[in-house]
Design a protein around this ligand. Structure first.
Ligand code: AMP
Length: 283
């Protein structure tokens, strides 16, 4: 596995790979690699011959009161994990080479980026859309894998690629969970044992929704309220939002129609740690 830090060098390598008719797959991460990230690499290997993994803690997608400076950066461990997962190139640039002082251009998505995370974290999706565009231009992939764990981010990236006519196939990867249902996340290391146990209420909420909709309950607003109450009853937990949306448009949905599929989006605090999760709900 080769470690690259310069965007220009990564581009030159990617260009050469394309000229040699290699299929390039990219997995973008902020590091602190875990089973979720490695599942994306595994999925990429099914469709691409060359895997590029990027590690970049992107400052522009963090809000002023968020955890940018606390964010874990175990680079040596990440590089070893990436290598054993079969990554061919690890692209880990410095912030200054990605955002030089003279840079003036950003990428912004409306609609699908406007609610939920977009509302709670102003500027977040602008940061995401900009860095994803830049990393796609640097790594020149044929396919790019993103986790369904960040469902709204995946929807924003699908829109971005279509709207900007990028010739790249976007593949969504299923959420990797711990045995107790908690979605694996780099931020889980901030949780105490009690907070980690309490956070399993997110998965219990998803199971509750699937059960209620399966029993022909159609009022999704009521079910969302039930889940908010479940979260707020859990010691140390506070619901941020719970809502059902159309999977593609992220338009909120109030009433379930039999045969349709929805996404349940959840965000909450366990102690001071903000966690997001989601589940596919079949009506
Ligand atoms: P991050 O490093 O948190 O920015 O995540 C990098 C990529 O890994 C994103 O596409 C995430 O959606 C994905 N990812 C993070 N956690 C998981 C998980 N538990 N299951 C599947 N994908 C994940």
């Amino acid at each position: 596995m080769q470690i690259i830090t310069e965007p220009g060098q990564m581009q030159a390598i990617a260009e050469k790979l394309r000229l040699n008719r290699q299929c390039i797959g990219v997995v973008m991460t902020m590091g602190a690699l875990h089973e979720g990230h490695l599942s994306l690499v595994k999925l990429a290997r099914e469709s691409a011959g060359i895997i590029i993994l990027t590690i970049f803690v992107n400052p522009t997608q963090f809000g002023v009161n968020e955890d940018l400076h606390l964010y874990p950066r175990p680079f040596e461990k990440d590089a070893a994990l990436a290598k054993s997962a079969g990554v061919d190139y690890l692209f880990a640039p410095e912030t200054g080479s990605i955002y030089p002082e003279h840079s003036q251009t950003t990428v912004e998505c409306s609609g699908v980026a406007s609610r939920f995370e977009g509302e709670r974290r102003p500027g977040h999706f602008k940061g995401v859309a900009t860095i994803v565009t830049k990393l796609l231009n640097i790594t020149k992939p044929h396919i790019a894998i993103f986790g369904e764990k960040d469902a709204q981010q995946l929807a924003v990236i699908r829109r971005l690629v279509e709207d900007l006519n990028m010739d790249i196939k976007i593949i969504g990867a299923p959420i990797v969970r711990e045995k107790n249902g908690l979605a694996v996340s780099s931020r889980n290391i901030y949780l105490s044992n009690e907070e980690r146990d309490a956070a399993t209420i997110l998965y219990k909420g998803i199971c509750h929704a699937q059960q209620r909709v399966g029993e022909q309950a159609h009022n999704l607003l009521t079910i969302a309220e039930e889940i908010e109450a479940m979260i707020n009853r859990t010691p140390g937990c506070r619901s941020d939002y719970v809502g059902f949306v159309d999977e593609a448009t992220f338009e909120p949905v109030e009433t379930a129609e039999t045969g349709r599929k929805y996404l349940l989006l959840l965000a909450m605090y366990s102690g001071a740690v903000r966690l997001i999760d989601n589940g596919k709900i079949d009506a």
